[in-house]
Ligand binder design. Structure first.
Ligand code: MG
Ligand code: ZN
Length: 216
């Protein structure tokens, strides 16, 4: 019974997500859904991506958080349009919340939309928002076993960033084991080892994002 209820919720969500995607397509906007645990570096990734690409494409950001506008305020300092979603307790952004946020974003004025999802490795992977690409960010201190513990997230991601590689000497994170685990469940995903602190790996990431955004 509970499984059937969840299936109905996800079916309804998928329909709204498809409408969101069609709307973004009509305006030639590419949307990336950025997902990670709290503290992995999602907001820093958003800020660095905006700084790296805002001269090349017009970027808008949707910030999802259970409460507060801390992250949205930080991103807004970059001088780009930001819409805040406060989920009021929900631990993920669903397609309905995304649809409401799109109402507040002038899609005529942007080419690339970055959605920062709520910090959580579980249900954000289940709820399609209508984005075109799913990006998952793992940080070295979280451990190389996470693909085994949260397989759906690692399976659905188009790009996987391993952030905080500057801390590799401090943690028992085995990059070869991690890559093997990811390749076993998601051979097509692009992997980006990165340190948002030192800037290592950022160039490759920005090139990938720009390629996703170039739609004619
Ligand atoms: Mg954040
Ligand atoms: Zn949730």
């Amino acid at each position: 019974m509970e499984i059937k209820v969840l299936k109905n919720i996800l079916d309804a969500n998928n329909q709204i997500a498809a409408r969101n995607r069609a709307r973004l397509d009509a305006q030639r906007v590419t949307a990336l859904n950025i997902m990670a645990s709290p503290g992995a570096g999602k907001t820093t990734l958003v800020v660095r991506t905006v700084q790296g690409l805002k001269e090349k494409c017009r970027i808008g950001v949707i910030e999802g958080d259970i409460a507060s506008t801390i992250d949205a305020d930080r991103v807004a300092r970059e001088g780009i349009p930001v819409v805040q979603i406060n989920t009021g307790g929900e631990c993920h952004i669903d397609a309905n919340m995304m649809s409401t946020a799109l109402e507040s974003m002038d899609l005529d004025k942007i080419d690339l939309l970055l959605l920062e999802n709520v910090g959580n490795l579980v249900c954000p992977a289940e709820f399609d928002t209508g984005s075109h690409r799913k990006v998952m960010l793992l940080s070295v201190p979280e451990g190389d076993d996470k693909p085994y513990k949260y397989p759906l997230m690692f399976t659905i991601a188009d790009a996987i960033i391993i952030n905080k590689i500057d801390t590799l000497p401090l943690f028992d994170f085995n990059m070869a084991n991690f890559e093997k685990a990811v390749r076993g469940m998601n051979p097509a995903a692009r992997l980006f080892p990165m340190s948002l602190k030192t800037g290592e790996g950022l160039t490759e990431w920005l090139a990938w994002v720009e390629a996703q955004a170039r739609r004619s």
